[in-house]
Ligand binder design. Structure first.
Ligand code: PMV
Length: 324
């Protein structure tokens, strides 16, 4: 009997506080961005044809070789990691990947593509697809992309919930006291994360005594932000975002395009704004009151944003999060 077709998705993500410093052990806060996502459709392929990944956004068809091939695409490596968990021979499969997450723009497109692929393939192969199983696999693939990722991208994308993340520590979720309204503005400038992470590493190695306090200050901001979010004090988040952005500028990861969007958001009434992700391009986030959604959104578009997404971090109805 032919196997049925399966579909799996994975969301994008935003980093609210703490990018870059998180690579050096400081805490960071991230949340899934469900408005953009990667979808994987896994279906039986041509008999004897093997396993193929059709990555629509990359305009590439990637063959998954049974043995590693030098220079192969990380998605092929990811698929093989899973396929090797079933007894041979491998089934013939076509895996279609389609994403609405802009590439190299701080929204976790790489982690989402790997997660959707591994989720879909796990479902098709009858393997476990729960977050605890998938997260270490997606992290392994992130390491191929970035070299020294903190693990924040794969964790927030795989678990699909807001997280307070410390590299190497178990996943920590937290309660959101009041809805937090954000606009996510895209500069349209692609900026691969491994380059900004590498540049910050070079700065750190050249002058650790100057960089270490910057990372610590960013960590302190992330901790203060978590307290404010839990207390439902969204207004306190604005100045914390501005302070985080100043420190990111010191790390040289802002850019003229980002600064233009940040300034436009602030002038139009945003409570705070900062870049999100690796920086030097990609996306920024602005904290807004629901009333100023259209004015800030229009200001961002007028200042050159290629896309603006509204997202709300909602309080959860978990028992531990309910007011006593
Ligand atoms: O640019 P993104 O979405 O891959 O975010 C990377 C976040 C960094 O802190 C800059 C790197 C990392 O591995 O945590």
């Amino acid at each position: 009997m032919p196997m049925p077709e399966v579909t799996a998705t994975a969301p994008g993500k935003i980093i609210l506080f703490g990018e870059h410093a998180v690579v050096y052990g400081q805490p960071a806060i991230a949340a899934p961005l469900q408005a953009v996502q990667t979808r994987a459709i896994v279906r039986p392929g041509r008999a004897g044809g093997g396993v193929y990944i059709v990555a629509a956004n990359l305009g590439r068809t990637i063959f998954v070789s049974p043995d590693p091939v030098e220079g192969e695409h990380a998605l092929a490596t990811a698929a093989r990691l899973l396929l090797r968990r079933v007894a041979p021979p491998w089934p013939d499969l076509d895996i279609l990947l389609h994403s609405t997450i802009p590439i190299a723009s701080g929204l976790g497109s790489g982690a989402a593509a790997t997660t959707a692929l591994l989720r879909g393939l796990s479902l098709m192969l009858g393997l476990p697809s729960d977050p605890d199983t998938l997260n270490p696999l997606v992290f392994e693939i992130e390491r191929l992309h970035h070299g020294t990722p903190s693990g924040i991208d794969n964790t927030v994308v795989v678990y699909e919930r807001p997280i307070f993340f410390v590299k190497g520590s178990p996943i920590e979720t937290f309660c959101i006291g009041q809805p937090i309204h954000l606009l996510v503005g895209d500069t349209g400038v692609a900026s691969p994360t491994h380059l900004t992470v590498g540049d910050v590493r070079a700065l750190f190695e050249a002058d650790p005594a100057r960089l270490t306090p910057i990372f610590s200050e960013i960590g302190a901001i992330a901790r203060a932000a978590r307290n404010a979010i839990e207390a439902g004090d969204s207004a306190a988040l604005g100045p914390l975002m501005a302070a985080n952005q100043r420190l990111l500028r010191d790390l040289t990861v802002s850019s003229a395009e980002l600064d233009r969007l940040l300034q436009a958001a602030s002038r139009a009434g945003a409570l705070g704004a900062k870049l999100s992700g690796g920086g030097r391009g990609g996306n920024m986030i602005a904290l807004i009151e629901p009333d100023s959604r259209s004015s800030v959104s229009e200001a961002l578009l007028a200042a050159g944003a290629k896309q603006v997404i509204h997202t709300v971090l909602q309080p959860e109805a978990r028992p531990t999060c309910l007011p006593s």
